[in-house]
Ligand binder design. Structure first.
Ligand SMILES: [Zn+2]
Length: 485
């Protein structure tokens, strides 16, 4: 029997606000444990939450970027459960009246071959069920030698967006491409740094399988707390195979939560799900309903930048790039901005793409530097391309100059001057060099005259050598042809 996978994704994105969602404590990552806390985020009795306006702005931006419908009234709700990292006993979230609903993204997605290379990009629409606002819990620490566990409540009250998809994914790579795209979008609009390792983006996946053609859903398992895109993809892939194997042997899937173990490359059971969690949701008595009106939404909409997929599509058409090139060049907003500035400076979109995707990316990677902090200004890279196109320097020397630009941050004209690298296009000067080369190689000259015309390349090589590669190659060719007859 043929099976198909049904995958839904839940993403928690930490917002880049300065302060927490309901108090003035810092929301920054990495402070000393429990320094960034107060009666509100500790949930002490009598302390009252006040909603941070910046959270609503960022949620609005995100909802609009993901095509969600924003509800003019949404309700905060208490989600009641006790856990060591949640000593106040409830999390303020949203439940039956969330901030926004019914969104979608339409993005390129592709299966991958065995080496992980995309096979064929195709656009597909994935629906988003809802996006709501909530607060984060604290963090339990189980490190060190002693037998105790500790709790750090700096993270409690940090604002989160929970973004829940519809179960629209049929393969692990679709899920992978979607999560990547969501991260990219949140970074483009500046609401989340997307750092999975530090936990500012967390992803849970619901996975089930069913016979192909079946419309009912199978029993699902939930994969929790995967901290990289690749692990998420591998965990889903593993889980699909595990479930298919059980079903083909006549077994049954148990609804449970499973964790990914990267070392063993498998998921394992964390806990079986109790019969439908009862969180006893009720409207948060300390917060009024959240109301946003159409003017607010319109004002925020006007702040939306060009979104990643729109920009990628525009790049592909306007600059005549391939799908791969346009994807790489719009990977981050700073990369896309950099590319467009290089194009503007040199007027050649294809060459700009080639330089960035080969030379620049290699240097950035070697130096572990992000393009936003690139030592080579985009205008300078554009100028370098121009200098090559106008034969001031050869392409080969251009690459050497580029490496020096990356090391020193100096503009190409300055470096070419300093290093004396200008291309030699002076006819008289080149003729003198050619004369000297011919004089120094009488044997080759007579062989050439006797018909060994393939020695022509030898003479070109000698001239280039004598000029440290700076002679204008086209000119050398012409002059040598004249001289040798
Ligand atoms: Zn606080």
């Amino acid at each position: 029997m043929e099976y198909e996978a049904v995958i839904g994704l839940e993403i928690h994105a930490q917002l880049l606000t300065k302060s927490k969602i309901f108090c003035a404590c810092s929301a920054a990552f990495g402070g000393r444990a429990n320094d960034d806390t107060c009666p509100v985020c500790l949930g002490l009795p009598g302390a009252l939450p006040v909603l941070n306006r910046a959270v609503v702005e960022m949620a609005t931006l995100a909802a609009l970027a993901l095509n969600l419908r924003i509800n003019e009234t949404s309700i905060f709700a208490r989600k009641n459960y006790f856990y060591p990292d949640l000593p106040k006993g409830y999390q303020i979230s949203q439940y039956d009246q969330p901030f926004s609903e019914h969104g979608w993204v339409e993005i390129p997605t592709s299966e991958r071959d065995e080496q992980g290379r995309p096979i064929e990009w195709r656009k597909k629409r994935f629906r988003i069920r809802r996006l709501h606002i909530e607060e984060d819990a604290g963090k339990s620490l189980h490190e060190g030698q002693d037998p105790y566990s500790y709790v750090n409540l700096n993270r409690s009250g940090v604002p989160l967006l929970e973004i829940v998809s519809e179960p629209d994914f049929r393969s692990s790579w679709q899920a992978y491409d979607y999560v990547q795209y969501l991260r990219k979008t949140l970074q483009y609009i500046g609401v989340c740094d997307g750092n999975m390792e530090e936990g500012s983006l967390r992803c849970d996946a619901n996975v089930s399988v069913r016979p192909k053609g079946e419309t009912k859903f199978g029993t699902k398992t939930e994969i929790k707390n995967v901290n990289s895109f690749r692990f998420l993809q591998k965990a889903i892939e593993y889980e699909i195979a595990r479930q298919i194997e059980i079903l083909s042997e006549g077994g049954q899937i148990i609804q449970e939560t499973r964790l990914w173990n990267e070392r063993e490359s498998r998921t394992y059971s964390m806990r079986s799900k109790e019969e439908a969690h009862d969180y006893r949701y009720f409207p948060e008595p300390d917060l009024p309903p959240l109301k946003v009106n159409q003017e607010w939404i319109a004002a925020i909409r006007s702040q939306l930048p060009e979104l990643p997929e729109a920009r990628r599509e525009r790049f592909q058409k306007q600059y005549d790039l391939s799908m791969e090139e346009s994807m790489l060049l719009t990977q981050t907003r700073s990369m896309a901005d950099y590319y467009e500035r290089v194009v503007q400076a040199c007027g050649n979109a294809k060459q700009s793409a080639n330089w960035i995707l080969s030379e620049l990316l290699r240097e950035l990677k070697n130096a572990s530097v992000d393009v936003a902090n690139c030592p080579v200004k985009a205008e300078d890279l554009g100028r370098l391309i121009q200098l090559i196109n106008t034969d001031t320097i050869s392409g080969k020397i251009g690459k050497e100059v580029f490496i020096k630009m990356f090391e020193t941050g100096k503009p190409p004209d300055v470096l070419i001057e300093e290093l004396g690298l200008q291309q030699i296009s002076d006819v008289t000067k080149l003729q003198q060099i050619i004369d000297a080369v011919i004089e120094a190689n009488p044997k080759q000259l007579s062989s050439y005259k006797a018909g060994k015309t393939n020695l022509f390349g030898f003479f070109v090589g000698q001239v280039m050598k004598a000029t440290q590669g700076r002679a204008n190659p086209q000119l050398v060719n012409n002059l040598l042809k004249e001289r040798l007859g």
